[in-house]
Design a binder for this molecule. Structure first.
Ligand code: SAM
Length: 280
């Protein structure tokens, strides 16, 4: 029986094979100098399974019949969930004030689709819905918002529509009072008419099959997830987006992310002080 104190050590060889397996499955990459971090994140999972080494855990992920359930736990352990309402809101202004009106004037028929591609707990797609609602576009056009994340448990939680005040820290007070009501425990509940504007699903950005139907959206917000991917995974993901996006199609990435070294497929356009990658 394992005692509580003998925490396993992640050897260099174990680090390499686990790191590569995680990369292959999720796109998330741990540089060599992040071995301690990965050890920290994984050790309680290893101990909880009663394993004595990270190699046993590797075999579980790779070959065991319960591997799928374990991957779900592991992804929840590794993912960085940080997000908040009205984040990088200049990209919302660019949408509702410039790009939506342009696009709607030429859209032949059918809904205009917006995809929030790594939505975490939903603050991004709900902010998009609020911005569109504020600008009155829902009354004038058929607009669909689809939000996805790799983490199924996060998407489930998101459907409850409850948020901590910290998530609302960047949201103007008038929008908070218009689109939220206070709930138990100091939480805020998003208005159901905004929540219902968003369709929620799970998708792994590194899987072409998951991306195929979602990337047909006219606008893609894929923000603050490429910072965790190595260049070759970003390149592959963006190539898949490009294949399925309509023309023109618009791709927003996070302010700290750039595709300039990754692809020449898109034209970089400045809109209202922010940048969007355009498929022409
Ligand atoms: C830092 S949050 C970004 C949330 C939001 N887009 C924003 O900008 O505020 C990163 C999200 O990417 C998700 N993620 C990580 N790898 C992913 C993958 N391969 N496919 C889809 N989502 C992924 C994580 O689960 C996490 O919710």
């Amino acid at each position: 029986m394992r005692s509580g104190t003998d925490k396993p050590k992640l050897s260099e060889a174990e680090f390499t094979i686990l790191r590569d397996l995680i990369l292959e499955r999720t796109g998330l990459f741990y540089h060599n100098n992040k071995r301690d971090l990965l050890e920290d994140k994984l050790s309680s999972l290893v101990v909880d399974r009663g394993f004595f080494s990270f190699l046993d855990y590797y075999y579980l992920l790779k070959y065991d019949t319960t591997a799928e359930a374990e991957w779900r736990l592991l992804i929840d352990t590794l993912r960085v969930p940080e997000t908040f309402f009205w984040r990088e809101h200049d990209q919302l202004t660019a949408l509702v004030e410039v790009l939506l009106p342009q696009y709607l004037s030429s859209l032949p028929r059918g809904p205009l689709r917006i995809w929030s591609a790594a939505c975490s707990t939903g603050e991004e797609p709900l902010s998009i819905a609020m911005a569109i609602s504020e600008a009155g576009w829902f009354d004038r056009a058929w607009i669909e918002i689809i939000a996805s994340d790799i983490s199924a448990s996060t998407i489930d939680k998101t459907k409850k529509g409850l948020y901590r005040p910290y998530s609302l820290r960047n949201l103007p007070m008038n929008l908070r009072d218009k689109y939220f009501v206070p709930d138990e425990g100091g939480l805020w509940r998003i208005a159901s008419h905004i929540q219902q504007r968003v369709k929620w699903t799970t998708a792994n950005l590194t899987l072409k099959a998951d991306v195929a139907s979602l990337a047909t959206a006219h606008f893609i917000y894929c923000r603050n997830v490429f910072i965790y991917f190595p260049e070759e995974v970003i390149r592959k993901t963006v190539q898949h987006f490009f294949e399925y996006m309509p023309t023109p199609g618009y791709l927003f990435v996070g302010a700290a992310e750039s595709l300039l070294k990754i692809t020449t497929n898109f034209e970089l356009q400045e809109v209202k002080g922010t940048f969007v990658y355009v498929k022409r």
